[in-house]
Design a protein around this ligand. Sequence first.
Ligand code: HEM
Length: 489
Amino acid sequence: MSWISNATVQLLILSSFNARESAFYGRVVRYLRLRWMFDAESLVRDSYNKYYDKVYKIRATEGVQVLIPPRLLGELKGLPEDVLSATEAVREAMLSKYTGFCPGNNGELLTTLIRTKLSSNFARLVPKLKDELDYILATELGDCEDWTPVKMQPFVLRVVARMTGCAFVGPAISRNEEWMDISVNYAVHVFLAAVKLQFFPEWLRPLMRRVLPDFRRIERDISRAKSMLQPIIEQRLRDIGSPEYEEEKPDDFIQWLLDSLPEEEKSGFQTQTELQLILSAAAIHTTTNLIAESVFDLAAHPEWQGTLRDEVMETLERDNGWEKKDGMARLQQMDSFIKEVQRLAGNITAFIRKVIKPIDLSDGTHLPEGTKLLTPLVGMSHDERLYPEPERFDALRFYRLRQRSAEDANRYQFTSTGDTNMNFGAGKHACPGRFFAANAIKMVLARFLLRYDIRLKDGKTRPEPMVIMMSKTPNPNGETKESIYGKLL
Ligand code: HEM
């Protein structure tokens, strides 16, 4: 969920941990505020380069944040929740008290189901996800017999909403426009509600919660979603135990939840609805962003289209590799390509945490109770000590690293996490959905490459991600400014 919380963190660089506040503080803050609003990425990069392996402080609208360098991350990422909490940090950043955005006691269940049911044995989900993908490509992108401009981000959003819907709520509603609308927009409504409420002092927030329309939108999303999910859950509860049902049990998140919840909670329609919406919020925009950015890089570096297409032909098309257990894992060059896209277009910060009990780091830094932590992810991603020629898009950078040794083969996969590679966070709360995301992204790119050639409009450059405060998002305006063209092969 940190994509959404990252997006709400609004930073102002204050000072290094030991620097004295100067008399020009007010003017500096004003300058930095402007710079932050329009240039947060370079602000975090500059501060990372300046303080590099030191702990330093920044100020966000919701208070001071402490930036942790990679070398000290090892001391923090294994700490238990009652010492360093991800859940509390997200609750605060998302103002969950008001927005309701929090899986509560079911957070661990959500993670377990994503790991055990959604991610493991992905091959069994491939046929239905592939059908879903081909259906939407055929009906909404069509044949593109000549070069056709495509607004990539909105299109990919629909593709991902359909694919995740297929795995989360099943075919009864995954193609339903209303479900798609809710599953996509609930996250946006929560995000906007949290951002707007942050501008009000705590004492005014209960009132503003009633005034701001975003909160009514959140309530409406939940109630509409519940009215769609409840009949399905009720039907399944009635069917449980019947031989036909047990034989052909639905294979989706509704079912996995029903099978796992204790008896007395199986009729908790509200809770199950909220968990489904939180799941969609965590999955849809993150995955969409990376696919859209990947297509932009395919268009900007068309030389890679042939290489990746050959790999898809070799590993997936031949002998129906699609449904083989390690089908997607065999796409190692594509894996490297996506990781490189994420390195350059990924988040600005990561590892949002709150200190619950005081922590002393080996460099002498004392982190008192209540301290909020982040890591300067964008600084690491552009650090030439970690990535030679960091500004160059090198699609096979990670593929080559993987060839060095068995250890490196694991370390440089798209889904690998590490102290200098925080795009999926770290430790116990590292993104459990990254394996599903990796597979889904590869499927989408593979189908695109098999069907289409992709290029930028003549004279246009790659659409750069838009940075709004702390969040990065692909340019949604492809058609009018920088077009991506598709052409059927
Ligand atoms: C490219 C796509 C994705 C990216 C970049 C991404 C990124 C992240 C990040 C940075 C975190 C926070 C980790 C931390 O604080 O240590 C996170 C957490 C989470 N992600 Fe993802 N994610 C992606 C896709 C998904 C998908 C597809 C799902 C669901 C199927 C998902 C479910 C979750 C959940 C449930 C958490 C919270 C885990 C916890 O707090 O224990 N994510 N994600």
